[in-house]
Design a protein around this ligand. Structure first.
Ligand code: TYD
Length: 228
């Protein structure tokens, strides 16, 4: 089975992004998927946005500290775009070109959801930035991890412990409910690329579902033949 997967994956690496609201389980599930790919001997990297490259990590610090919010929605969006530009140029693009899979914790859909659908940044600005930063690059597959906002916020608070919530975690429940809806809309707009995954179940079942969907989407393996 493992060799069969490798045979079906020649040339360019595959690009898989994970999206979702706070506490939706992205980091746990990315780690689990990387373990599966390692077992299948498919070279992969795990990266994240904002961040993932030296320049982008500097911008990550700026936006999550709340500095971007002070500058206003357009400038904050430009900071995310600048971070993405650096990340694509220095990490994502080169990895895909050399046949390495890229598992990315958030990508352009985060800008569409947070800055576009929730932040009301104009579609014209978003489109222009997208053209400059990623051009035609888009994930081969995007998992949208879906959990009720209240559950996700509780998980995020638990994970954070005594630490202060960041710029987006500190928005209210209504904001996070709207965010969930925004992601569902994004998935409905691009059903070929996006798969919504309910993450209220235990992490093992969620990981199994993600693996099944990945095999079905990227290797055309019938879902009934996928491992448990
Ligand atoms: P992070 O600590 O990585 O949060 P999470 O664990 O939820 O991924 O913080 C990233 C935050 O930045 C997150 O709240 C979403 C936000 N964000 C945007 O608003 N726009 C973007 O384009 C990206 C990539 C992230």
């Amino acid at each position: 089975m493992v060799d069969e997967l490798v045979k079906r994956s020649p040339g360019r690496g595959r690009f898989v992004s994970f999206e979702g609201g706070e506490g939706s389980g992205k980091s746990t599930q990315i780690k689990r998927l990387a373990e599966r790919l390692n077992a299948a001997r498919l070279p992969n990297i795990v990266t994240r946005e904002p961040g993932g490259s030296v320049g982008a990590e500097i911008m990550r610090h700026l936006v999550l500290s709340g500095m971007g919010k002070l500058l206003g929605p357009d400038a904050e969006t430009l900071l995310f775009a600048a971070a993405r530009d650096d990340h694509v140029k220095h990490v994502i693009g080169p990895a895909l070109a050399q046949g390495t899979w890229v598992l990315c914790d958030r990508f352009a859909d985060s800008t569409r959801a947070y800055q576009g659908k929730l932040g009301n940044v104009s579609p014209t600005l978003l489109k222009a930035m997208q053209r400059v930063t990623i051009g035609d690059l888009k994930p081969d597959l995007t998992f949208i991890l879906d959990v009720p906002a209240e559950v996700g916020l509780k998980r995020a608070a638990h994970r954070r412990g005594a630490g202060a919530p960041d710029r987006f975690e500190s928005e209210d429940l209504r904001y996070h409910e709207k965010l969930r809806e925004a992601y569902r809309q994004i998935a409905a707009e691009d059903p070929q690329r996006c798969v919504v995954i309910d993450t209220t179940a235990d992490p093992d079942s969620v990981a199994a579902r993600i693996w099944t969907e990945l095999r079905s989407h990227l290797f055309s393996v019938s879902t009934s033949a996928a491992p448990a």
